[in-house]
Design a protein around this ligand. Structure first.
Ligand SMILES: *Cc1c(COP(=O)(O)O)cnc(C)c1O
Length: 380
């Protein structure tokens, strides 16, 4: 929570515009985060993962600061170009692309693509000839609060074949990428992944390919309820791991922070719609908010991400509450297995602040499920 967000919400309330939930993002915090990444990893280029928060204001700010961008679709590429970034600072980092989208990206000037299999390499060789490709390898994601599945990446041994195939088809076998899992709270997670990346470099070298780049992915955490290590701590751990596995032939590196760039810059204001119980004897109250899983808080799925919640009655006695959203879908329950302690005096109409919501919220909100509008956003 920042003073600027507090002021903004106060004015909004005074004008009676607070009838629906909203997300407010403080761009000063995004700028500070960018500078912290640039400082902690001075020899690494930052490719902001656009999907975390693609607001034009965020993209324009980062473009101005010199950031590069990791995109996953033509629409994202076009948004980044519209924000004033040039094509040479954009990667098409999704390993799953339609060939006509590869061709369109190439037309727009993009020449850096992610792959994780030979079929994808062939699309790029046909529709973006001569481009640079990096191969994504699988990662176990231990230590991540929002782990990634086996959807992206291949085994390191296969990555060597994929890169060789790329070289034979006239592409530049540029490097290796991985993602250690989102909200990765262990800074040593990069060590194991870098050991595997170094093995791919070595094997490629033996086959006559000199790879240049390691894409260290995202995973940098934002603070929710628990403390997380600083960006500097991550930078040091990564640099040590690079030295350990690559000796004095450290490759070019890039990072793709999403959550760590924008998460702590945003606050959602929501209203308590109902407080009830399922029986008079219950200790647990049900608190229904005007935002839930379908309004932008999709990362509460499996109770993975636990947001800090501030109430106007903090300091009073608390009791456990199940937190749920306003829609008629029974899956729209956010915290139930592990109830959330909220003040006993909490009342219908109270405004709550959900912190750390600058990433993976607004674009996850449904278009009009049950007639609820998509989450309103303000970037100030
Ligand atoms: C989503 C994504 C990121 C960002 O991950 P965070 O955990 O939010 O930092 C980075 N790289 C790729 C390829 C992604 O898909």
């Amino acid at each position: 929570m920042t003073e600027r967000i507090r002021e903004f919400l106060k004015t909004r309330r005074e004008r009676g515009q607070d009838t629906e939930p909203c997300l407010v993002v403080d761009l000063d915090v995004v700028r500070d985060n960018y500078n912290a990444f640039a400082k902690a990893l001075p020899d690494t280029r930052v490719f902001y993962a656009v999907k975390a928060n693609p607001a034009p204001e965020v993209l324009a700010l980062l473009a101005r600061l010199g950031s590069c961008f990791d995109t996953a679709s033509i629409a994202e590429i076009e948004m980044v170009l519209a924000a004033g970034c040039t094509a040479d600072r954009i990667s098409y980092g999704n390993t799953i692309k339609k060939e006509r989208d590869v061709a369109r990206a190439f037309e727009l000037g993009i020449q850096l693509f992610a792959v994780d299999c030979k079929a994808e390499v062939e699309k790029i060789a046909r529709s973006a000839p001569g481009s640079r490709v990096f191969c994504r390898i699988l990662c176990d994601c231990v230590g991540a609060e929002w782990p990634l599945s086996r959807k992206f990446g291949c085994e390191p041994a296969m990555a060597v074949d994929v890169l060789e195939h790329a070289m034979k088809l006239g592409l530049e076998a540029y490097g290796v990428s991985f993602h250690v899992g989102s909200q990765q709270r262990n800074q040593h997670a990069w060590d194991r992944a870098l050991a595997q990346a170094a093995a791919v470099f070595k094997e490629c070298g033996e086959r006559g390919m000199n790879l240049s780049m390691v894409n260290l992915g995202g995973g940098f955490p934002t603070r929710y309820l628990k403390n997380v290590p600083t960006v500097k701590t991550y930078g040091n751990a990564i640099f040590k791991a690079l030295r350990k596995h690559f000796g004095n032939r450290i490759p070019e590196t890039i990072i793709e922070p999403g959550r760590g760039m924008v998460g702590n810059a945003g606050v959602i204001e929501t209203e308590v719609v109902l407080v009830s119980k399922k029986s008079e004897e219950d200790d647990v109250r049900w608190v229904y908010l005007d935002i839930g899983k379908f309004g932008g808080l999709a990362e509460t799925m499996d109770e993975s991400i636990r947001y800090p919640i501030k109430t106007p009655r903090d300091g009073a006695d608390t009791s456990p509450c199940v937190l749920a959203g306003p829609t008629c879908d029974s899956a729209d329950v956010m915290y139930e297995k592990q109830p959330y302690a909220l003040p006993v005096s909490l009342e219908i109409g109270d405004k709550l602040l959900i912190e750390g919501t600058g990433a993976y919220t607004a674009t996850y909100s449904s278009v009009a499920f049950n007639g609820f509008n998509p989450l309103k956003t303000y970037h100030i």
